[in-house]
Design a binder for this molecule. Structure first.
Ligand code: RUG
Length: 829
């Protein structure tokens, strides 16, 4: 627009003095401006938190400029857009990621230093946006980063929970949960859009009426709640493209309880307002089983209804009818949580747009793609029909109609195989009738994706076998990936600089395949030395953190062996702790000379247990009890330490992962759909000790068995082992360590009884006993490798080089091409 006219946009642009500038001087001015006018503190006196807020607002201004340009560009080009629907996003901190992606980190640091502030200190002021539980939620965040970086015309949609994932407090070794008041100090990274709001309706009844001479089902809802948009700009790296993550908050609708106000019943009116807001209040702190089914269903419908209204409004701004809808809209269902959007789109097309069943169905089946993240059939979501009938009566009718048509089509193909028909039906018959949400998603999506090759195989042969046999062409997989921007550039700046130096370019930050060239230098002693110096710096950071959090002083010469993830029986943190007890027991029984050969270890465990998961909470307590004994045993000293890192979240991960030497991904084979933590460790040159589960199988192909420590039963061996479990004799070492826990060696004898029972006497469902011997062998192999420093550094470099395949950039490109059919739409600079 510059210089084009003295009125309209040209004039406005002139008045704005062009785009914001990114030199340290301009940034300083902006920071001071925000201190004075946004944070409303005196420019002569403001503290670190206020400086952070002012910095955040200065960065946000720059994001908004790019965001506007990107949206304008998308509007002009009208490409097919991807809409990524997810109930969970674990974004972590925004400042560090934004300044890297905007390319202004050093300028910000300089601007602040002249004002007497340190960038790193201010970055620590930001709390995590923890709107998700674990892997699935962090994957969504990584994928948003890749979508923006690769210039895809994408939008994310989700819920703006008032309280994020709970804070984990450890008292006397027990986990307690506290609400995460993440919005208490404001959130500079979001933009409230009071004018972008939609009514979302629930309950009520459906009647058959004749409208314009046609029989129609008319839904008269009983409750309306308003969905208000909060936009979170997501900047791409090395591009102007900045996409939007739109999160919905529930607010009472204007007419929500006018009756109570009118009759002076203010208390009831306020209570009812709160009832509306409750929909976006809490994130369910468990990604597998859901309490509060009604609220959960309302959350799901609330966010998809608002999102679809928004998407359809945007489409209709440009298009006169729905013929082009499938060419312009791709709707990605991130797990089954948003799948009610299928019935909602059908309802809108049928009841509001009056397109008729055939046309509406034709559109619906072309736009949805579904990714499942689970392996366990029992983890697949089901919603009781009664509940559905009450909350969403019209949607239930539509689902029944879809199911009827599906069953008829199926009968034509497979005949009267009632057992198979009943397995595949969307409606589960039984004492309690349920809607099988996964079946609905498969029937109505054009593509079903798994999240690793092993997961895909399990989907085909076990979880969705019937569906695969019916529609093999629907099934695909996209192995998960993580973003190198967050997991190397932001979290490990020293490693980032070293990689760029040896590759002679920073281009790998966008073009991850270049990282593989590190292989060529893996045996170079100069690189190895520099590499291990970087590792030492990161270990120092981590050691300081450990000392602050737990009071335990750890030796930097020890191998830092880390397992950080949600606490679940199938992830087998208990196997790890029993392994630590075994190590302790061995050291205690060694003579002086033997002890000299022991490789010192710092075993680090971190993760949150779902609040209602008793066994997971006991595992946390056991970890603390064992740590208490070991860490206070002078006889063992630096040879072994065990620490639990409390309140594990994205920003803690940014500190822990770069400082690790070895990391454990030891789920019972066949239980982890993919796993993404392993990929972050791999990127940071950390060696993996793992079972051949989920995506680890593909990691093995990239790096080779000789550079990893793989152990345990294979996926195909697990079912037979389970059959035999009661007759298998667990190795003596296993029996001994469990006995130590049982006998109260670490105290809390009665409390740990059920934990011990869960792995003994034929009840060892997760096969800790049968994998124990090979686990110890893998641990011993890791010890031997660690002693050879040259070999270890070479393996560490090879890990980073092998991580190229596990970038979310690759995952997103595959999705774009094979599933969504969307093309990049780059905003000109
Ligand atoms: O447990 C899975 C992980 O294996 C996977 O890596 C991650 C991302 O695909 O999703 C996790 N997950 C699964 N989180 N919630 C679910 C429930 O379906």
């Amino acid at each position: 627009f510059v210089g084009k006219s003295k009125t309209g946009p040209g004039r406005m642009f002139e008045l704005m003095d062009g785009f914001l500038k990114n030199d340290p001087g301009s940034l300083q001015k902006d920071i001071l401006h925000h201190v004075e006018y946004t944070v409303a503190r005196s420019r002569f006196s403001f503290d670190d938190f206020e400086a952070y807020q002012a910095l955040a607002h200065s960065v946000r201004d720059r994001l908004i400029e790019r965001w506007h340009d990107t949206q304008q560009h998308f509007k002009k080009k009208d490409p097919k857009r991807l809409y990524f629907l997810s109930l969970e996003f674990l974004m972590g901190r925004s400042l560090s990621n934004s300044v890297i992606n905007l390319g202004i980190r050093d300028q910000c640091a300089e601007a602040l230093s002249q004002l007497g502030f340190e960038y790193e200190v201010l970055a620590e002021q930001e709390g995590d946006a923890a709107l998700g539980n674990g892997g699935l939620a962090r994957l969504s965040a990584c994928q948003m980063d890749s979508l923006a970086t690769l210039d895809y015309p994408a939008w994310g949609y989700g819920l703006r929970y008032q309280y994020g994932l709970f804070r984990q407090i450890i008292l006397d070794g027990f986990q307690y949960e506290q609400p995460d008041y993440w919005l208490n100090f404001g959130n500079p990274w979001e933009i409230e859009r009071v004018h972008v709001s939609y009514p979302v309706k629930f309950y009520g009844s459906v009647t058959e009426e004749v409208v314009n001479g046609k029989k129609c089902n008319v839904w008269t809802p009983g409750e309306t709640v308003e969905a208000v948009a909060y936009d979170n700009p997501i900047p791409g790296y090395g591009t102007r493209n900045t996409i939007n993550l739109r999160l919905w908050a529930a607010k009472p609708s204007d007419g929500y309880d006018i009756e109570s106000y009118n009759t002076g019943d203010y208390i009831n009116a306020i209570v009812n307002r709160q009832k509306a807001e409750i929909i976006s209040n809490v994130l369910y702190p468990d990604d597998r089983s859901y309490q509060g089914k009604e609220l959960r269903l309302k959350q799901q419908y609330f966010f998809v209804s608002a999102s679809l209204q928004d998407i359809i409004r945007r489409f209709k701004d440009v298009h006169g009818n729905f013929d082009d809808f499938p060419d312009k809209v791709a709707l990605q269902l991130n797990d089954t949580h948003p799948s009610i959007s299928i019935a909602e789109l059908m309802r809108v097309l049928l009841d509001e747009e009056h397109l008729g069943w055939k046309k509406s169905w034709n559109i619906v089946k072309q736009v949805f793609s579904f990714t499942t993240h689970t392996v366990l059939p029992q983890a697949l979501e089901k919603v009781p029909v009664d509940l559905f009938q009450n909350v969403l009566p019209r949607h239930l009718q539509i689902i029944y109609d879809i199911n009827f048509a599906f069953m008829e089509e199926l009968k034509k193909k497979i005949g009267q195989d009632y057992s198979r028909l009943s397995r595949m039906s969307i409606v589960e018959e039984g004492a309690v009738k349920n809607i099988r949400v996964a079946n609905l998603s498969i029937v109505c999506s054009h593509t079903v994706n798994g999240v690793s090759r092993a997961h895909y195989e399990l989907l085909k042969t076990r979880v969705f076998k019937d569906f695969y046999e019916l529609w093999p062409e629907k099934f695909q997989y996209k192995t998960n990936g993580v973003t190198q921007r967050r997991w190397i550039v932001v979290s490990n700046p020293s490693l980032c600089a070293l990689i760029s130096k040896w590759l002679g370019t920073e281009s790998w930050i966008r073009d991850i395949d270049l990282l593989a060239h590190l292989r060529e230098y893996a045996s170079n002693s100069d690189l190895q030395q520099e590499w291990m110096t970087v590792k030492k710096i990161n270990k120092m950071r981590l050691a300081e953190y450990i000392e602050t959090m737990s009071g335990v002083k750890v030796s930097l010469d020890a191998m830092f062996d880390v397992q950080v993830k949600r606490i679940h029986e199938y992830k087998r943190q208990l196997l790890n702790i029993l392994g630590v007890i075994h190590r302790y027991d061995c050291i205690k029984n060694m003579g002086k000379d033997e002890r000299k050969k022991v490789v010192p270890r710092v075993c680090i465990i971190g993760g949150k247990a779902p609040p209602g998961y008793e066994i997971a909470k006991k595992i946390i307590k056991l970890c603390h009890a064992v740590a208490e004994t070991i860490n206070n045993d002078d006889d063992v000293g630096d040879l072994l330490k065990l620490v639990f890192i409390p309140d594990y979240n994205v920003s803690v991960a940014e500190l822990v992962i770069p400082g690790s030497d070895l990391s454990q991904h030891i789920s019972t084979a066949g239980h982890e759909a993919s796993g993404t933590g392993s990929m972050k460790f791999l990127m940071n040159g950390c060696l993996l000790l793992a079972t051949a589960d989920g995506s680890t199988n593909e990691i093995i192909e990239e790096i080779g068995l000789e550079n990893m420590f793989i152990f345990g039963a294979k996926i195909n061996e697990v079912p037979a082992l389970r059959e035999k479990d009661s007759t298998i004799k667990a190795p003596l070492q296993f029996v001994r360590v469990v006995r130590m826990v049982r006998d109260g060696y670490f105290g809390f004898k009665d409390y740990f009884k059920s934990l011990c029972d869960s792995v003994e006497n034929g009840k060892d469902f997760y096969l800790l006993g049968s994998d124990f011997a090979s686990y110890l062998e893998a641990q011993a192999a890791a010890d031997r490798a660690y002693v050879d420093k040259t070999k270890w550094s070479e393996m560490s470099i090879l890990c980073t080089a092998a991580s190229a395949k596990f970038s979310s950039d690759r995952t997103i490109e595959d999705y774009a091409e094979e599933t969504w059919g969307v093309q990049p739409c780059k905003c000109p600079f």
